[in-house]
Write a protein that binds this ligand. Structure first.
Ligand SMILES: C[S@@+](CC[C@H](N)C(=O)[O-])C[C@H]1O[C@@H](n2cnc3c(N)ncnc32)[C@H](O)[C@@H]1O
Length: 283
């Protein structure tokens, strides 16, 4: 992707009658979504994203291994949720589309599965909507929204067009809560979202941790993200476990991502992956 092409991109909409609003993609500032795309081997990133991402890659834990382990957890957990009969998914902090997106995984199990994707980064919206062109708008919607404002996410008409909040929903918060600072009350955000969901709903989340790093190593990743559009806050297992308060944790509980219902022998170590992952059910 060249700077020229990207800055020239207009807002792409799933609805033909929506106005085309130019998007400032801020190619000179690292965006976590584009850095993550780079870790996964994608092409939707700019030099500033690649430079910041390379700094993180050079630090350890092995962030590429970590990103792939996270995507693999997404696939296994969405499949698990669909197998539990969940047909509605609210996926906040979607990321730039890559292989095995939530709707593709869920619809393999349940073709009627509906997904509302929400992200606050315009580039995710551009790519998300491009991906969905010609596919089933209204069953899968891509919405610009901010996790720090959960009430607006819940009341967004494009979210409500896809999700019926009277029926169980899987709330997906993969690798996004670590971009929410304590001052923004991440526990309160999760509670607000879960309060809007009926019994039988689920929360699936993954979260970066420094539990396996030395204190010095632990600050290096957040230091790089200080120049990006969102800051990184690693959390301990105990802190991540609190997001599941009041929920019934599905087996095997809160574990590092490769250990959550693996479909092959996990090869990567906790230190390489450094991501807590779990799925909980609202009783
Ligand atoms: C590391 S990516 C994770 C992508 C995907 N969920 C996954 O696990 O593969 C984090 C995503 O969260 C988004 N994000 C960060 N802060 C956000 C916020 N406050 N509201 C909504 N999305 C946010 C970023 O734009 C990025 O797309």
């Amino acid at each position: 992707m060249t700077d020229h092409q990207d800055v020239a991109l207009d807002w792409m909409s799933g609805e033909d009658d929506e106005p085309h609003v130019p998007v400032d993609l801020r190619p000179d500032v690292p965006h976590p979504a584009r850095m993550y795309d780079y870790y996964l081997g994608g092409k939707d990133n700019f030099p500033a994203d690649r430079e910041a991402a390379e700094q993180v890659v050079s630090l350890g834990p092995l962030v590429r291994i970590s990103a792939r382990a996270n995507r693999s957890f997404l696939r296994r957990s969405v499949q698990y949720l669909a197998e539990q009969g969940i047909t509605q998914f609210l996926d906040i902090g979607t990321g730039i589309p890559t292989a095995g997106n939530t709707h593709e995984v869920a619809q393999q199990v349940l073709p009627e599965a509906r997904v509302a994707y929400v992200d606050n980064d315009p580039i995710v919206l551009v790519h998300g909507r491009a991906l969905l062109t010609g596919s089933s708008t209204g069953i899968v919607n891509v919405v610009q929204g901010d996790l720090r404002d959960p009430k607006s996410v819940l009341s967004d008409p494009a979210v409500r067009a896809v999700i019926d909040f009277d029926r169980p929903v899987a709330l997906l918060l993969y690798a996004v809560l670590h971009f929410i600072d304590e001052v923004d009350d991440p526990s309160g955000i999760v509670r607000t979202l879960l309060d809007a969901l009926p019994s039988g709903s689920y929360l699936a989340l993954s979260h970066g941790t420094a539990d396996f790093l030395t204190p010095e190593e632990a600050d290096r990743g957040p230091a790089v993200y200080r120049g990006a559009t969102a800051q990184l806050t690693m959390r301990s297992k105990e802190q991540v476990a609190r997001f599941f308060d009041g929920l019934e944790l599905a087996e095997p509980g809160l574990v590092t991502a490769p250990l959550w219902r693996p479909d092959e022998d996990p090869q990567d170590t906790d230190r390489q992956v450094a991501i807590w992952a779990g799925v909980g059910r609202k009783p």
